[in-house]
Design a protein. Structure first.
Length: 248
């Protein structure tokens, strides 16, 4: 299967310590990888290296230029309640995802607006196209920012803790939409909750300064030991959760 990019012995340093160290990692077309790890383990740093926002102190990231470039990566950052305070509409936010492909002074074309309408329909937001962000629920807001990430038809979609701001009514629908999107783009999804994403991703990358890749969505005890800190999986009712114990 054609690869999209490969990290080769990538290290990132903040001051005296490493955020990532000697990371080797490859992502192929149609991958759906759950990126898991403790807080401060380097998950978000990994995404920022892929996006070109952070430069490694050593190693390299090599993109398959025939399939992907900086304009063909979609990114959904962590969402907070403060992100709905801007006086813009759903359509405005989704259209803003096209700006990376345009010059700053360029206006949105009719084809851009038609593409936005398709994304709005695809994400079930048709009745909210002209609504302000502060009128939306958490799940609706998450869909809007997902729309901004995918409007350019990226080859790779990066998601940073998307479950943190998804309401329970939209949760299953959200992951179903990701499953459909995965038919046309690779997905890397950062999450602290192994149990929640285990039935959706195809494989795992466990990040705790180093990176351990598991080519299956099933995590064994031996693989958890490679994590670098203790992990406990618990379930109550039908909702699984992951608890990361304290670690050095």
């Amino acid at each position: 299967m054609p690869y999209l990019f490969e990290m080769q012995s990538v290290s990132v340093s903040y001051g005296a310590g490493y955020a990532l160290r000697d990371v080797d990692f490859m992502v192929n077309e149609s991958d759906f990888i759950g990126v898991i790890g403790p807080n401060g383990g380097g998950k978000t740093t990994l995404l920022k290296v892929i996006l070109g926002l952070i430069k490694p102190v050593s190693g390299a990231i090599v993109f398959n230029s025939e399939l992907i470039n900086g304009n063909s990566i979609g990114y959904l950052p962590q969402i907070t309640t403060g992100d709905n305070n801007y006086p813009v509409t759903v359509t405005d936010v989704i259209l803003s995802g096209m700006m990376i492909r345009k010059r700053i002074i360029s206006r949105m074309s009719s084809s851009d607006k038609k593409r936005a309408a398709v994304v709005i329909e695809e994400l079930g937001l048709s009745g909210l196209a002209h609504s302000s962000l502060n009128e939306l629920s958490g799940g609706q807001l998450q869909r809007v920012f997902l729309g901004r990430a995918i409007i350019g038809n990226p080859k790779l979609l990066l998601l940073d803790e998307p479950g943190n701001f998804v309401d329970s009514n939209f949760e299953n629908d959200f992951y179903e939409k990701l499953r459909i999107l995965n038919k046309r783009m690779a997905i890397l999804m950062v999450s602290h909750d192994i149990g929640m994403i285990s039935s959706h991703v195809k494989s795992y990358a466990c990040v705790n300064i180093g990176l351990h890749y598991h080519p299956s969505s099933e995590i064994t005890n031996e693989q958890l030991l490679a994590y670098g800190c203790p992990i406990q999986l618990i379930t109550h009712g039908e909702v699984p959760h992951t608890v990361l114990k304290s670690h050095s």
